[in-house]
Write a protein that binds this ligand. Structure first.
Ligand code: WQD
Length: 326
């Protein structure tokens, strides 16, 4: 009854691995360590390698008695995916196909997939529900939509069943303060706010304050990484109990603007955070947050942490680990 966590040495993966370990579940992490952090998964069995290595995945499944998989391993930078699409097709899609081949050979039939709200592109309505149009606006988002479709066919044609979790804006850090997001490549708002707050960068660039939103800045659904970890545990139980293939939005169902995030971060940091207004970021939508009713009814999951938990734990992590795990 071991769970294989691909990409488990990453940001969301390590927080999920810790929770599953605390729940007494047997785990093994497979991570290429291209971006993975060994210190983020201390005490958890780690196999270093590529999800596309079918022989390696087969050996791991046999050796550890793998019965289910949480699949995080993927490249995740929207901008990078538009500059280097081939790497994203190869790793995120072809890599997952090879993983699925190895799992089929090993007889593993349950998988929780790390998907993304970015597959909705610019939604027609907010809050956005799982029935909204799938219209990816980036190669990264397209790879997530493609894998969801492959998983759908797998469940149609075989006994394989999966859950796709469509993350909104993953953020925050573990309350213990010893694991968190590595910010050196981060383009996301909250790590960049913390960099500005800690003087590790210039002023935060508020990208656009002329959006049709209450204060003119972009609105997003920020969900705590520990809430996301709990959603993965709930999804594993859903599959164990015979749940059918589904996709679920995992967010808070509430949107906050950039200026609201900044104000919350200033409360956590105990003072003003340097910032200046800058032009909109190409491709950004004005406002998006999730309708999370389905996860609440089908997974009995909902986010219990709010924006203050996010900025407080992010501040604590970055304040004490300005160089991440180095
Ligand atoms: C948030 C808001 C920016 C940086 C991300 C991931 C995507 C998906 C959802 C997982 C926007 C503003 C940002 C800055 C700013 N997650 N901003 N100054 O674009 O919603 O998407 O979460 O798959 O993959 O990319 O997140 O954090 O980049 O931006 O004003 O320096 O902050 O305009 O309104 P985004 P983000």
């Amino acid at each position: 009854m071991t769970i294989l966590i691909t990409g488990g040495a990453g940001y969301i993966g390590s927080h999920t691995a810790r929770l599953l370990q605390q729940q007494g579940r047997d785990l093994v992490v497979l991570d290429s360590m291209e971006y993975g952090q060994p210190k983020a998964i201390q005490g958890i069995p780690l196999e270093v390698g590529d999800i596309a290595d079918e022989a390696l995945v087969g050996r791991i499944c046999k050796q550890y008695g793998v019965t289910s998989v949480v699949h995080f391993a993927a490249y995740k930078f929207v901008g990078e995916s538009m500059e280097q699409p081939h790497r994203y097709w190869q790793n995120n899609v072809a890599g997952t196909v090879a993983l699925l081949n190895a799992l089929r050979t090993a007889g593993v039939q349950h998988l929780v997939f790390s998907s993304s709200c970015s597959i909705y592109g610019t939604p027609e309505h907010v809050p956005v529900s799982e029935s909204a149009a799938i219209q990816p606006a980036s190669v990264y988002a397209e790879t997530k939509a493609m894998v969801e479709r492959i998983l759908g066919w797998q469940s149609e044609l075989t006994d394989f069943s999966s859950v796709s979790l469509r993350y909104f804006n993953a953020s925050g850090a573990h309350p213990k303060g010893d694991i968190g997001e590595v910010w050196d490549r981060a383009q996301n708002l909250i790590p960049l706010v913390m960099k500005a707050a800690l003087g590790r960068s210039g002023p935060l660039q508020v990208r656009g304050n002329d959006y049709p939103t209450p204060d003119g800045t972009g609105v997003r659904d920020y969900v705590h990484v520990c809430d996301l970890a709990e959603a993965h545990a709930a999804a594993l139980d859903y599959l164990r109990d015979g749940g059918k293939v589904r996709a679920f939005n995992v967010g808070t169902g509430k949107g906050y603007s950039v200026l609201e995030v900044l104000a919350a971060a200033e409360r956590a940091a105990g003072g003003p955070i340097p910032h200046e207004f800058a032009p909109r970021r190409p491709g950004d939508v004005a406002a998006v947050w999730g309708d999370t009713t389905l996860a609440r009814t089908e997974l009995a999951w909902y986010a219990v942490r709010g924006l203050d938990d996010i900025v407080r734990t992010a501040w604590n992590w970055h304040l004490h680990h300005p160089d991440g795990y180095a």
